[in-house]
Design a binder for this molecule. Sequence first.
Ligand code: SF4
Length: 283
Amino acid sequence: MRTIAIEKITQTVKELVIKACYELEEDVLNALINAQKKESSPRAKKILGQLIENAQIAKDERIPLCQDTGLAVVFVKKGKNVKFEPEGCGLYDAINRGIEQGYEQGALRKSVVAEPLNQRKNTNTNTPGVIHFEEVDGDKLEISVMAKGGGCENKSQFKIFNPTQDKQDICSWIVDVVRQAGANACPPFVVGIGIGGDFEQCCTISKRALLRKIGQLNHEPFYAKMEKELLEKINNLKLGTLGLGGDTTALAVQIETAPCHIASLPVAVNIECHSHRHKTAIL
Ligand code: SF4
C-alpha cells in the first residue's frame, strides 16, 4: 500500500489549475500552428496567428489564456493500492481546496454560482469543482484538471438514439450539433463524443474524451475511421476560426465508448473551444 499525503493532492490540484489556465498543452498549440499553415482563408489565417500569439503571451507573462477561466472539472484515477494520510481526510475536500487556492493565487476569474436558478450567488472560490472518480489497478494517483469554458459547454448536447439507427444518422446529428454551436462556442473546436453508457455516463465520457492528445485516434479502427470522417464533415461546414469562415472548424474529434443497454444508443457531444485547457499529474 502506498500512502499519499492529502496536502500533496491539494498542492497538485492548485498547480494544475494555474498551469491549465496559463499554458496550452503542446498538442493543442501544434494543432493550431498546423491549422494556420494549411488555412486558405486570409482572415482565418490571421486570427489563428493571433490565437497562437495569445497562447505565447499567456505562457510568458503568466496570465490566463481567456477571461473565462472555466469551471474546474477534475478526473481522478486512484490506484487500488493507494491510501491517503491523515486518514479520515476527504479526497473531494482536498481537491476543492486545491481549486480554491489555484483560482485565488492564479488571479483567475471565479465563475461558479452556488445555486443555479433563484439567487445565482457567486461562491467566490470557483468551487465546488465537478469531480469524476475512478478506481484502477496499481499504486498511483492520476489527477486531470480541465478548465471548462461556459460558452462552449453551453453548446454541448445529448441524445438517445434508437439502437437500429445507423452510423450515418448519428454522424449527421453530431455535425448538426457542431453547426449549431457556431461562433458562440469559440471555434476551432475539439469535439468530444461519448457513445454508449447510460444518460449520465455518456456525457461524462464525452468530456473525458477531450483529455486525449490531439492526433491520437481511437484505438478501435471503426471509431478511428468515424473520428476522421466526422472531422472532415465538420470542417466542410466552413464555420472556421471564431465562426468567421475558413477551413478549420475543429482541430479534432475524439470518441470514447462504453457498454450500454440493449434498448439504448446514447450519444453525447461535448464542445470544447480553442482555449482547450487541461493538465494531468501522476502522483
Ligand atoms: S468558450 Fe472558450 S474561448 Fe470562448 S470565452 Fe469561453 S473559455 Fe474563452
